[in-house]
Design a protein. Sequence first.
Length: 316
Amino acid sequence: MNHKDSYTLVAGGAGFLGSHLCKKLLSQGNKVICLDNLYTGDKSNLSEIIDLDEFIFLNQDIVDEININLPINGIYNLACPASPVHYQKDPIYTLRVCFEGALNLLKLANNLSVPIFQASTSEIYGDPLQHPQKIDYWGNVNPIGIRSCYDEGKRVAETLFFDYQRVFDTDIRVGRIFNTYGPNMDIDDGRVVSNFIVQALEGKPITIYGDGGQSRSFCYVDDLIEAFILMMSNEKKLSGPYNLGNPKEFTVKDLAEKVIEMTDSSSEIVYLDLPSDDPTRRKPDILNTEKDLSWNPKVELEEGLELTIKYFRNII
């Protein structure tokens, strides 16, 4: 099938990552179908592309049966609430999106014989006892905690993807996403980068949960989208899973201080109790990703923060 005559389907395409992916695919000459029920996505993220002839927006939930009567050359599954404030809002629905949604998209990919990418997460490692986290690490996840709907939901989605590969020889690609930030993040999504930037710009106290010593590795969105496309365009059909993130590690307190400095904010840091099951350390081992995909994140934290701060200044 000639890609010029067919569409790439992006489930969750109106969200933070999905909107960036849609724009990148279009810029590379692809036609794109964005499927999103706007549970956490926002059509404003698509304002630059919504009227293009090569772009189609479908308001639909992947939990429902998917019928698309257009030629499709590949599927990206990015559809899922991805921050605690959103995925804990309706945990049963989050689990349904992770399993039933993935199942519906896998059926579609299998019927059409096209590759399908699963946006998995570093959360499948839970609060890791291994550092940095390698792809063969099975994780340390609480199966009955308040984060479990997302952690276990993503874990079962990976199981489903690899079972489809084993049973039906479906062409799957699985990427485990570590903390990502950049423009189009939801102002109220509760993620640490957006939280700190919004609080700093508004002169409100910057809230750190715990003592701020917990670490994260922050990847700028453009680097991550490049990895998605490299995974899907790889002709060796490398299924992964691959860790997708920036291995440079920062403490949450380091991030807060950097944001205050870069926004010239008068905000003070306040410390609150650490939420249940919040990981204390998070850093990807990306040796396999570097070797197989020749991918390395290029955007340094300060450069990425500068672009993200500029975005939030314009919308606050």
